[in-house]
Design a protein around this ligand. Structure first.
Ligand code: DAH
Length: 346
């Protein structure tokens, strides 16, 4: 019977198709299977063309059977294809293990150099007390670096600074920020002054753990009518309390600088419970933080002020030295070596 043959062919096609589908192990094989069965010249089409041989009254039944087989094969194919895709994904995940739950790589953030940090802290404290920041030149004349600061040529006090002389006579790299005082005074006289002058200084030193040829200083200058040593003391005490803590005691010792009279050195007491106290203070309990004094009348005059009308005080400190003491940094060369292992700690 023709119709029985055609229907049988459909059934054979179905079971053959299903078993070949099972044998297709990957996506490529499955797609080849699909072409073989459902392509333009595929087996399904060929089987359907057998409808011509089916008697008219059985064609409807044949058509239904053909449809059933087609749906069964298509569904089986779709299921096999998605299973193959999942299997391939699982295989690739285990082949090169990728942990999608890992957090992303953080971007490393830059930070300020420790010397810059302490300069900014110092600047902020003085800014709160109404000080302006004045930036002065790093290349100076002998006059500004020494002479106007009350150290004429051949004055023995010049020996306190190991100077870099340039090949231009009379031009030096400033050995301290103090010459900035003269610049500020000459710009401001006869008006009152309240400034700090942070900046780089240079000295002709043999570089060692204790000395560098360049380092920061922060200079301070206040000029006005009736400015006294009490003002200096109050200002410095307020500064020390802000930077080192409100319970710090401030001690003043007499000293000598050519550009101040009287001259002092300022110490703060170091916390008794700090195990580093002895090392930091050489056993005294006191730590020197700056030199200071009342501006010498000769310096006031060089700045354009009348020492009979105004008085002033000045101070100078080494912020890197403060930092070294605070963090037990025992090699000053670390500051400008750009060694990340050092810099990252701040
Ligand atoms: N210029 C001094 C130095 O480099 C520090 C200093 C001391 C500055 C006393 C001052 C001062 O203004 O009054 O060692």
């Amino acid at each position: 019977m023709a119709d029985a043959t055609a229907t049988d062919e459909l059934k054979t096609l179905e079971s053959q198709g299903l078993s070949e589908l099972q044998a297709s192990s990957d996506e490529a094989a499955l797609r080849a299977w699909n072409t073989k069965y459902f392509g333009d010249k595929g087996l399904m089409k060929a089987a359907l063309s057998g409808i011509g041989k089916v008697p008219k009254d059985q064609r409807a039944a044949f058509g239904q059977e053909a449809n059933r087989v087609k749906v069964a094969l298509t569904e089986a194919y779709d299921a096999a294809l998605s299973a193959a895709k999942e299997k391939a994904l699982a295989a690739s995940l285990t082949a090169s293990p990728l942990d999608v739950t890992l957090p992303g790589r953080p971007r490393t953030r830059g930070r300020l150099h420790p010397a810059t940090q302490v300069l900014r802290q110092i600047t902020a404290v003085f800014a709160d007390m109404g000080f302006q920041v004045y930036r002065s030149r790093e290349v100076e004349t002998d006059q500004y670096n020494f002479e106007f600061l009350n150290m004429p040529e051949h004055h023995p006090a010049r020996d306190m600074w190991d100077t870099f002389f340039t090949t231009t006579p009379g031009v030096v790299l400033r050995t301290h920020t103090s010459p900035g005082q003269i610049h500020v005074m000459r710009e401001s006289a006869p008006n009152p002054v309240r400034v700090i002058l942070p900046g780089m200084c240079y000295r002709n030193e043999a570089i060692s753990t204790r000395s560098e040829i360049q380092f920061y200083q922060v200079e301070g200058l206040v000029i006005g009518e009736g400015v006294t040593m009490a003002d200096l003391k109050g200002t410095i005490t307020a500064f020390a309390h802000r930077l080192f803590g409100p319970e710090r005691k401030v001690r003043i010792r007499s000293s000598y600088f050519p550009f101040t009279e009287p001259s002092i050195e300022v110490d703060i007491d170091w916390p008794a419970d700090d195990p580093n106290r002895d090392r930091l203070t050489k056993g005294t309990g006191w730590l020197e933080i700056m030199g200071a004094g009342m501006v010498h009348p000769t310096v006031l005059r060089h700045g354009g002020y009348d020492p009979d009308k105004v008085t002033g005080f000045a101070f100078g400190m080494g912020p890197q030295r403060m930092l070294m003491l605070k963090h037990a940094i025992d090699d000053i060369r670390l500051f400008w070596q750009n060694d990340q292992r050092f810099l990252r700690q701040f």
